[in-house]
Write a protein of this length. Structure first.
Length: 416
């Protein structure tokens, strides 16, 4: 009797806490307020941030509570692969920032990509993708999903007429990355979604290069948005992870099922670090993109630079589209050196401040030469087809003083 009463009191307390959260929720607050406060819950100690719940499993209060958890009648936690308070805090924050139904945190960006493929595609079904999506996002379709009968067509999604003609009877997904890595090509998300939806095709957008601060694909018509949080969202080059946000509950549940059963979950420590990084997303991005504009202008005027692609420059062929669809131009720059492969290698060997490394979107500036590094395994013909020229250099502008970034590039370019 007494135990039963305690149980009811506890349930009442949980309900009251929920009510308080609803009243205090951040849904109609500004983006920066959401960054700091979305996805935070009170615990018994009044912790200022969600602690790391480093536990694999959660004890049920009694048999009924266990049954309720499994039946989805209680929002208690069961097992960390299925859900965990630290992970949930980050997922809820991301769902709010991307204006979606719910978030799903994953062990890596690639785990987010493959969970979405696994959930939305089946045997003899077809997906249409931007040709220059992130290499492994393309490779896993060509080398792995193809073995299970998934068909893929790669097109230039920046050219809307190609989308219309690539869609077939069995097409289920249109998969877009914008801007693309490393070619900085931009796809009109609203227009592409309209075409896809006419044919009952779901639209998935990899929003890694923009982050929710600059672009919200779900608001533009997409059904699912995903990120490698390894990049801008965590932003400190110390976590690998991913996240998926869906607009609708049914799609969210389908993808969550795939992620949980495939075991692609994030762990609590990853989630803690990522939410800590997330809180400063806008101030990091503001600083990085302000510097990126200056670095881009410097490079555009440099005699050894043959071409440059930065969405913020008027010379970018889709500058107007970028202005319409994004709230800023992010901090990724691609440029081509006169002198090809050799010039690229010389530049890499002479930078000091800019770190010679893959990845992007962190506080530190990173430089990379795809032809001799990330895309060296491709044939020269394959690289040409993907627009990866020998002189292409990719630069991720960090938050150091821009004068130092430019002077580092300047002294290295002098040796090219
Ligand atoms: C890095 C990246 C991924 C993969 O993310 P990981 O966290 O490395 O698994 C996917 N898409 C884009 C655009 C990326 O830059």
């Amino acid at each position: 009797m007494f135990l039963n009463m305690l149980c009811y009191l506890e349930r009442l307390l949980t309900l009251l806490q929920k009510l308080k959260y609803i009243i205090m929720n951040t849904k109609n607050k500004g983006f920066n307020t959401k960054l700091v406060h979305a996805g935070s819950y009170e615990d018994q100690f009044g912790s200022a941030v969600t602690p790391i719940y480093q536990t694999s499993t959660f004890g049920f209060k009694n048999a009924q509570h266990g049954a309720d958890c499994f039946a989805g009648k209680s929002d208690g936690f069961i097992y960390t692969r299925i859900g965990n308070p630290t992970i949930k805090a980050f997922e809820d924050a991301m769902a709010e920032l991307e204006n979606g139904f719910g978030g799903i945190a994953t062990s890596s960006g690639m785990s987010a990509v493959t969970s979405v493929y696994m959930a939305l595609l089946g045997q003899n079904e077809h997906i249409v993708c931007s040709g220059s999506i992130y290499g492994p996002s393309r490779g896993v379709l060509e080398q792995d999903f193809s073995r299970f009968g998934v068909q893929t067509t790669f097109i230039d999604t920046a050219d809307l007429s190609q989308i219309e003609s690539a869609i077939k009877e069995n097409t289920k997904v249109l998969y877009i990355e914008t801007p693309t890595n490393p070619t900085m090509q931009i796809t009109d998300i609203a227009a592409a979604s309209e075409i896809a939806h006419k044919h009952n095709v779901l639209v998935v957008v990899d929003n890694t290069f923009s982050s929710p601060y600059l672009q919200n694909p779900l608001d533009l018509g997409a059904d699912v948005v995903l990120h490698s949080i390894t990049k801008y969202i965590n932003g400190h080059a110390d976590v690998v992870g991913g996240v998926i946000v869906s607009k609708e509950e049914a799609i969210h549940n389908k993808i969550r099922h795939a992620m949980v059963y495939m075991g692609g979950n994030m762990d609590p420590h990853q989630a803690f670090l990522t939410q800590r990084g997330l809180k400063t997303l806008s101030i990091r991005m503001d600083k990085a993109q302000e510097s990126a504009m200056k670095v881009a202008e410097y490079l555009e005027a440099h005699p050894k630079v043959e071409w440059i692609k930065y969405p913020g420059l008027k010379s970018h062929p889709q500058h107007e589209l970028a202005k319409k669809q994004m709230r800023g131009f992010s901090s990724m720059i691609s440029f081509g050196l006169k002198g090809g492969l050799e010039a690229g290698r010389t530049l890499m060997d002479n930078v000091h401040l800019s770190m010679l490394a893959v990845s992007l979107g962190g506080v530190e500036s990173l430089i990379q030469h795809p032809a001799s590094m990330t895309h060296a395994g491709m044939t020269p013909e394959g690289r040409a087809e993907a627009d990866i020229t020998d002189g292409l250099v990719r630069y991720s502008v960090g938050i150091e003083d821009v004068e130092d970034i430019i002077s580092d590039l300047d002294q290295a370019l002098a040796k090219v």
